[in-house]
Design a protein around this ligand. Structure first.
Ligand code: AKG
Length: 338
């Protein structure tokens, strides 16, 4: 009988500290890998395997997304965050995780008592009447009379990111010698979302716990990130924080904890944070790819991980996301858990 997992919802770095998954290379990081998506699949998959098993972060270029779609997303995101706060609060996020997250709501307080220096807006790719389930419900939108182009811009951007992520899923299947279609059936009604983020025009003080986004790993499969031209994203590598510079025409991709766990730590989810070094506004838009709610995260052929109990322990994507959310918002910020 398949049993529901007695799972650990420890972050990937925490699992590594517990010895459950391989430690990463301690080679100095000369640069973040760049993968050209116009290459033949076989070459791109080889580079992907190296990037995912060493850094956990990489850029992609020649991804096929029209620049106008990215620009319009940013233009509409600016227009939304510029609305009066009373207007934004009319679509404040609820248990469905959709809508507006004001500064004080977008993150749990860290151990030094600070929230992330950001406000955010979430849109999911699936809608459901089962609003008793976490992450289920309907997207919330600002009134059409106020922002007529907002909703079409966000839906177009979501669709474009989903295409990029689906191509990466195929490459992941190849990189893991499972075949290009291996992961796709798990993602047909995915629980993915985009999050427009506005970082407040304030310098961060990471040593005081004041960050754009505090150090964390992402919960899901992988993240496709677009940022404006302001720097701020940093990844942890070999005990140092390394800047991930904005690169026009590129997206930044990183592995999430679900894929890290699914691959038994072969592909790594890397700790990252946002530090506002300029004191200027910064905008970004991550797309968080996650499987369908009921998708079973079964052990992958050939992968052994004691924390998955390879023979009979299965967790669904929904269980995983719910536990990660409870851990984060139930008063256990990641750094306190490390
Ligand atoms: O804005 C960024 O550069 C990164 C955002 C991020 O790490 C997140 O939202 O999880």
């Amino acid at each position: 009988m398949v049993q529901t997992a007695e799972i650990t919802f420890a972050s990937a770095p925490q699992r590594r500290l517990q010895g459950a998954a391989p430690k990463r290379s301690t080679e100095p990081l000369s640069s973040i890998p760049v993968i050209d998506m116009a290459q033949p699949d076989r070459l791109a998959a080889e580079q992907l395997a190296t990037a995912c098993s060493t850094v956990g972060f990489f850029y992609v270029c020649n991804h096929g997304v029209e620049e106008s779609i990215v620009k319009e997303q940013f233009a509409q995101s600016h227009a939304f965050f510029d609305l009066p706060v009373e207007e934004k609060l009319k679509i404040k996020a609820n248990a469905s995780q959709r809508g507006y997250y004001p500064y004080s709501m977008g993150s749990a307080k860290n151990s030094k008592g600070h929230h992330d220096q950001k406000e955010a807006f979430n849109v999911y790719g699936f809608e459901s009447d089962q609003s008793d389930l976490p992450f289920h419900g309907h997207n919330l939108w600002p009134p059409v009379e106020l922002l007529p182009r907002f909703r079409p811009a966000m839906l177009a951007y979501y669709a474009a990111m989903n295409q990029v992520a689906t191509r990466i899923l195929r490459l992941l299947g190849l990189a893991l010698h499972l075949g290009p279609d291996y992961f796709l059936p798990k993602f047909t009604s995915s629980t993915s979302n985009i999050r427009c983020v506005h970082y407040l025009p304030q310098r961060s003080q990471p040593d005081e716990g004041v960050c754009g986004v505090g150090a964390h790993t992402d919960w899901g499969m992988l993240t496709v990130l677009a940022t404006d031209s302001q720097p701020g994203l940093q990844i942890s590598h070999d005990g140092a924080w390394i800047d991930v510079e904005p690169r026009p025409g590129h997206f930044v991709i990183n592995i999430g904890d679900l894929l890290d766990r699914w691959t038994g730590g072969k592909f790594c989810s890397t700790l990252h944070r946002v530090v506002n070094q300029t004191g200027l506004d910064r905008y970004s838009c991550p797309f968080f790819l996650a499987p369908a709610w009921d998708a079973k995260i079964e052990p992958l052929p050939g992968i052994q991980d004691p924390t998955i109990n390879a023979t009979n322990t299965v967790v669904t994507c929904g269980e995983w996301l719910s536990m990660r959310r409870a851990a984060e918002y139930g008063g256990q910020p990641l750094l306190a858990m490390l």
